[in-house]
Design a protein around this ligand. Structure first.
Ligand code: ZN
Length: 253
């Protein structure tokens, strides 16, 4: 068994969720942490989340929201755009320049890490429904071609975030939905793209924070309860942040 690496993603400025995950990872005895991006956006505590991720993660990648801080925000929904504009005004310069320098991919041996997809690391989504769509369309279809292009970038395994929905996509076009908190997926001969889910804004109707621990052979899916009401209150008491961004935390959507 190799080093145990905790992989977190999509914190989205949710400090109670981040604190709970970091505490869980400590209790699980992980040796190193990595973050696949979207440290900011949506939530009320961007500066504190940037500080915490910066100090504990061995590497952090650039998510589309981190990227959006320094680009124009046209492609974001109005609530996401307003949250980014508020975040820009409320990040200390050190945090902001750290975010600006984040790389978009990281390779460690035969493991690739990105925020979105292996072929488009910042922006592209890979949804669980695409395995079925690709199988239905057949090998010449657009979804099958997209997934084939993604797997071409993967030597053995690729970790992603971005959709906020954890699970495993294999190159044989099967999707494995984890049954947390202790579900394990063992890497086999097939290459796999593994979505670690979201710490700060899960969207699979389970409001607990999501992350994984990887030991080089096996992926352990963790779900961690946290004080979601306090994350909600922090958003609701901030006039720059849309109410929906708080309400969705309760439902996990
Ligand atoms: Zn995100």
């Amino acid at each position: 068994m190799g080093e145990r690496l905790a992989i977190i993603s999509d914190i989205h400025a949710n400090l109670p969720a981040l604190d709970a995950v970091l505490e869980d990872a400590r209790r699980q005895g992980v040796e190193r942490l990595a973050c696949l991006g979207d440290v900011v956006g949506y939530g009320a505590d961007p500066a504190a989340c940037v500080e915490a991720v910066r100090s504990v993660c061995a590497f952090t990648l650039r998510g589309n929201h981190d990227h959006g801080l320094f680009e124009d925000t046209d492609r974001f929904s109005p609530p996401a755009r307003r949250a980014l504009e508020w975040t820009r005004r409320n990040l200390p310069p050190a945090g902001s320049s750290w975010l600006r320098r984040l790389p978009s991919r990281r390779e460690e041996g035969d493991t690739l890490h990105v925020h979105g997809s292996p072929r488009d690391p910042i922006h592209e989504y890979l949804y669980e429904t695409e395995a079925r769509t690709a199988a239905r369309e057949g090998p010449g279809g657009p979804t099958a071609r997209k997934l084939a292009e993604c797997f071409r970038e993967v030597r053995r395994v690729c970790f992603v975030g971005h959709t906020h929905r954890p699970g495993v996509l294999t190159e044989g076009l099967a999707w494995h939905s984890p049954r947390p908190p202790g579900d394990r997926f063992r890497l086999g001969l097939q290459r796999a793209i593994i979505n670690v889910g979201s710490v700060g804004q899960p969207r699979d109707r389970d409001r607990r924070a999501s992350y994984v621990i990887f030991d080089g052979r096996e992926v352990l899916f963790r779900r961690v309860p946290y004080a979601w009401q306090s994350a909600m209150d922090r958003i609701l008491s901030n006039p720059a942040l849309d109410r929906w961004l708080a309400l969705r935390l309760e439902q996990g959507v």
